[in-house]
Design a protein around this ligand. Sequence first.
Ligand code: 9D3
Length: 233
Amino acid sequence: MIRFDVITLFPDMFSALTENGVSRRAKQQGLYELVCTNPRQFTHNKHNTVDDRPYGGGPGMLMMYPPLKAAVESIEEHTQVKPHVIYLSPQGQPLTQAKLDQLKTRSNITLVCGRYEGLDERFIDTYVDEEICIGDFVVSGGELPAMMLMDSLIRLLPGALGHASSAEEDSFSDGLLDCPHYTRPLEVDGMRVPEILQSGNHAKIADWRQQQKLIKTEQKRPDLYSIYKAKQS
Ligand code: 9D3
C-alpha cells in the first residue's frame, strides 16, 4: 500500500483520478491511499492568502513558504514518517518509466503542486527531495502532472491491472512502441485484418508483433529506435 499525500490549492481536481478507471479500482482494492492537504487551511490572515509578490519584481505571484511548511509538517505529524517529497515543477527532471520503477518501492510519497509562478525557493531547498517535470511544455499548475505521475505509478502496483494486460507488456517497458491492434469487424471500408492474426499460430503472431513494434518505433520515434538498437549491440 502506497500513501500519496498531495499538497494542492485544488484538491477537487483529484477526483478525476480516484473516481475513474484503473486508478479508481486500485484505490478500492486498497493498493494506495490519496490524501490532499490544502495549504490554505494553514493560513491565519483574513483572506487566507497563500501567495505573494516576488522580491526583485517581475510578473505573477509565488506560493509562500509558511503555509507550505505547515502542510508538510501536518502530513509528517499525521503519518509519523518522513515522506519522499516530490515537487512537480517545470524545472524538474523529466518523468520516465525508469523513475517510476524507483518510486513504486516507496510507501509514502508527498507531491507538491505549484500554482502561480511557483514556490518560494527556500521551501524547495528545505523540504523537496526531487523535482519532476512531465515534458517540455507548459501547463497551468502541478495538479495534472501529479495525477499523471500517480496514475502511471499505480499501474505498476501488483494487482492494479488484470493479468490480461500486464504492466510488462506496456509500451516503453522494453523501450519500443506498441504494435498495431485490430478487432471486429474483419473487414471495414475495404481494410482487412492482417492474415497472420487470424492464423491461430501464436509463435508466428508473437514474431509479427515484435517486427511491427520495431517498424512502428523506427517510423514514429527514431530517437527511441536508436537507443533500442544501441542497447541490442
Ligand atoms: C516563464 C516561466 N514559466 C516557467 C516555465 C512560468 C510557469 C509556467 C507554468 C511556472 C509554473 C507553471 C506551472 N507548471 C507546473 O507546475 C508544472 C509543469 C509544466 O508546466 N510543464 C511540465 N511539467 C510540469 S510539472 C509542474
